[in-house]
Design a protein around this ligand. Structure first.
Ligand code: BTN
Length: 334
């Protein structure tokens, strides 16, 4: 699994160009101890990672948007001592296939330890139902948490609800935005477009308890060229807030809340999160369709039950508890 792939010069060049001003090849070469062709190679590396650079004769290079690379100390400062003490490892990777896969692999030898993993980019980011999660360099948040529960696998039903609540409450608290919603079972929406999603991988353990890798993907500032790879309506926090977002702050605050919610879930179960979910429920009252392998349900979404299952008042008048699947909102014919 890929870990840290960027040379120190790659990161130094980002920090030089982060002031938004032009820097000549000569001055960059001087600062990095490189020849002009060495500078050119690193510049090429930056652009091949989707970083937009302007190059003007006699002026040099300029980076169009500031890049806030992830830093442990900047993330950790948002975590309480108690929450931090529950983790043995905090990984920040330049690149990996998927942060969930990284922690699933780590769990094999982790001896019951909890761990956190962020990556600047994922080369095989995973969404639910085998979908791809587009994960360009230094643009968004790709975070996973390996957590060992004092619960068995069946007691983890509804964990998606808990994680969704942790994410949306963070966004609302930090950016004070409205029109954000939770779309059952695992989507974060802003103005009816996908802003983020949750992917949970569960492992049962020999002692009857289980562990989960909770993966969160949040679009922060999706570059145009990556947007072309996404085939569903999506958005990002930059569009939702109109502000440049500090990924370090968002990562830290989100992690702090997620850990606190996991602790609450251990003690109080998913019941404790139902009212919080309802406040942001995107589907409630809407006419929807759920496609299952051998069946399609249509009806009105009526919130979630105490296990976190979706309640559907079917066209036939029955109240169905939906445990899995993807819901599509049906637009009435005009
Ligand atoms: C979905 O909406 O389908 C779930 C998306 C989850 C994406 C995150 S990004 C961090 C973690 N690593 C992955 O490969 N996937 C999750």
């Amino acid at each position: 699994m890929i870990k840290n792939v960027f040379s120190p010069n790659f990161k130094k060049l980002i920090s030089i160009l982060n002031d938004g001003a032009y820097h000549s090849g000569t001055s960059i070469g001087h600062d990095l101890g490189l020849t002009r062709s060495g500078v050119w190679k690193i510049v090429k590396q930056l652009t091949s990672h989707g970083i937009a650079l302007e190059s003007v004769t006699n002026k040099g290079y300029r980076m169009i948007t500031r890049i806030d690379l992830l830093e442990k100390s900047k993330i950790k400062k948002h975590l309480s001592k108690d929450n931090l003490s529950l983790f043995d490892k905090l990984f920040i990777l330049d690149e990996t296939t998927s942060t969930n896969d990284y922690l699933l692999d780590y769990a094999k030898t982790a001896n019951g330890e909890n761990a956190i993993c962020f990556a600047e980019q994922q080369t095989a980011g995973r969404g639910r139902l085998g979908r791809q999660w587009v994960s360009p360099f230094a643009a968004n948040i790709y975070m996973s948490v390996l957590w060992h529960f004092r619960k068995n696998v069946s007691e983890l039903i509804g964990l998606n609800i808990v994680v969704g609540v942790a994410i949306i409450e963070t966004i609302v608290d930090v950016y004070d935005i409205s029109d954000v919603h939770l779309k059952w079972p695992n989507d974060i929406y802003w103005q009816a477009r996908k802003l983020g999603g949750v992917l949970i991988d569960i492992m049962s353990e020999y002692n009857g308890n289980c562990a989960a890798v909770v993966g969160v993907g949040l679009n922060v500032n999706m570059p145009e060229q990556s947007a072309a790879e996404i085939h569903k309506p999506f958005t990002d926090l930059y569009k939702a807030t109109g502000k440049l977002i500090s990924r370090n702050k968002l990562s830290g605050v989100l992690l702090q809340r997620l850990i606190s919610c996991l602790i609450e879930f251990e003690d109080k179960g998913v019941k404790h999160f139902i009212t919080k979910w309802n406040r942001f429920d995107y589907l409630a009252g809407k006419k929807i369709m759920i496609k299952l392998v051998n069946k399609t349900h249509r009806g009105i979404a009526r919130g979630i039950n105490e296990q976190g299952h979706l309640l559907l008042e079917s066209d036939e008048g029955a109240l169905i508890q939906v445990t899995t699947g993807d819901a599509s909102v049906l637009i009435p014919k005009s």
